[in-house]
Write a protein that binds this ligand. Structure first.
Ligand code: ZN
Length: 64
């Protein structure tokens, strides 16, 4: 296990904070806890989420 790195906003150079963000995908919105800049609202989306959760969502939609 590694220490969780502190992510800095590229615009403001201040630490991002965890907060709930609505992620839109194929016309649906999903509340997800993501790192977000409290100043400018920039949201950091981890690659795992983009490649993992979004694929899961896509599969669920295809099943219906
Ligand atoms: Zn910022």
């Amino acid at each position: 296990m590694t220490d969780q790195p502190t992510w800095l906003c590229g615009n403001c150079n201040i630490p991002l904070q965890t907060g709930q963000v609505d992620v839109g995908y194929m016309g649906n919105a999903f509340p997800v806890d993501l790192l977000k800049c409290p100043n400018c609202g920039l949201v950091f989306v981890p690659e795992e989420l983009a490649l993992g959760k979004m694929v899961e969502v896509e599969k669920q939609l295809e099943d219906k």
